[in-house]
Ligand binder design. Structure first.
Ligand code: MN
Length: 150
């Protein structure tokens, strides 16, 4: 796991986002960033394998059960991104304002290729949440569903 794709997409002379040179594999943090890019979305990230595994959630992470929201897997981000808030300049990848919508620790309850279940301890998101990969035709399907399960 690495943040190579993350770094390749960005010009760190222009964007205030972290380069993520220092990784800490032991941290267990989740974060949801509200990102006012060309389309408003929420970036859900959890620290796994020394990076922040990331999904873009167009309609936001559901706070009640029985709602299932699309979560599109995006490139791994450096752990330092969990502290990032700021304005990504016009013309740069992901241009727009990023603010932290929720943040906290989490416990990993289940993890397979198709399913990740976590207990979140945030200010807004509390309880168990599941990410389930679509049974898509494409080999590298990036589409998941995120839902609150308890
Ligand atoms: Mn984003």
């Amino acid at each position: 796991m690495s943040t190579k794709t993350y770094r390749e997409k960005r010009n760190f002379n222009k964007t205030p986002e972290p380069t993520g040179s220092a990784e800490d594999a032991d941290s267990k943090v989740f974060i949801v960033q509200e990102h006012q890019a060309s389309h408003l979305h929420y970036d859900f990230r959890i620290s796994l394998d020394g990076v922040l595994k990331s999904w873009a959630v167009p309609k936001g992470v559901p706070t009640e059960r029985k709602l299932r929201r699309l979560a599109v897997e995006t490139e791994d981000h450096p752990l330092a991104y969990a502290d990032f808030e700021g304005d990504i300049p016009e013309g740069e990848y992901g241009a727009g304002k990023v603010i932290i919508w929720d943040k906290g620790s989490f416990e990993l309850l289940e993890r397979t290729d198709k399913k990740i279940v976590v207990a979140l301890y945030g200010a807004k998101l509390k309880g168990d949440f599941a990410l389930v990969r679509f049974a898509g035709k494409e080999k590298n399907a990036k589409n998941w569903l995120i839902m609150k399960v308890s």
